[in-house]
Design a protein around this ligand. Sequence first.
Ligand SMILES: CC(C)(COP(=O)(O)OP(=O)(O)OC[C@H]1O[C@@H](n2cnc3c(N)ncnc32)[C@H](O)[C@@H]1OP(=O)(O)O)[C@@H](O)C(=O)NCCC(=O)NCCS
Length: 174
Amino acid sequence: MNRYQGDDIASAAPAAGVRLQEVRADDDAAVQAMARVHRQAFGSKGWSAEDIATMLRVEGTEALLAHAGERPVGMIIHRMLWGDGEILTLGVVPTMRRRGIGSRLLATAMNGMVMQGANRIFLEVAADNAAAIALYESLRFEPLGRRPNYYLEEGGRRVDALMMVRIFGGGCGG
Ligand SMILES: CC(C)(COP(=O)(O)OP(=O)(O)OC[C@H]1O[C@@H](n2cnc3c(N)ncnc32)[C@H](O)[C@@H]1OP(=O)(O)O)[C@@H](O)C(=O)NCCC(=O)NCCS
């Protein structure tokens, strides 16, 4: 049974000319490219290639790298755990933002997890990250709760984590 109701994930912005590549832990070049994109997107909080490869070796974890032409410009890592989906990270390089790349990555990851049976997809985001929250809301994620002072920003500032969830309806007897 396909529990996905259909309309909203697939209608995410098309991000013309952008190609998505599935990345596995043993694809060294692609993992390195993901780390570069992550560093450009997150600055000093960027993850290393080793961090990413380690994460990708955990069962249920998948990753996508977005290319504009030959250039890696965006990435997402997501995981299925006990039937639920989770977005572990999502980033687009600063010069390529607001072109639909983030929503295309997220929508593709969501579709993949729904096809694997996820009824719920969770994520955490810094409560002051207006761009990411707007993106998640555009794909119908809703606030679930807060973890106070969860993130440590540069300069020692603490920021709450906002937990969000997207619940897929339409299932019966599942
Ligand atoms: C969040 C992020 C991934 C968005 O990527 P993106 O490719 O720019 O997103 P999209 O172009 O697909 O945006 C889709 C929608 O999200 C919302 N959005 C995205 N960026 C926004 C911004 N800066 N301000 C307000 N709304 C924004 C808009 O509704 C946008 O649609 P629109 O452009 O038609 O108005 C990107 O800003 C980023 O990498 N930020 C740094 C890393 C980060 O914070 N990652 C998320 C951590 S959980």
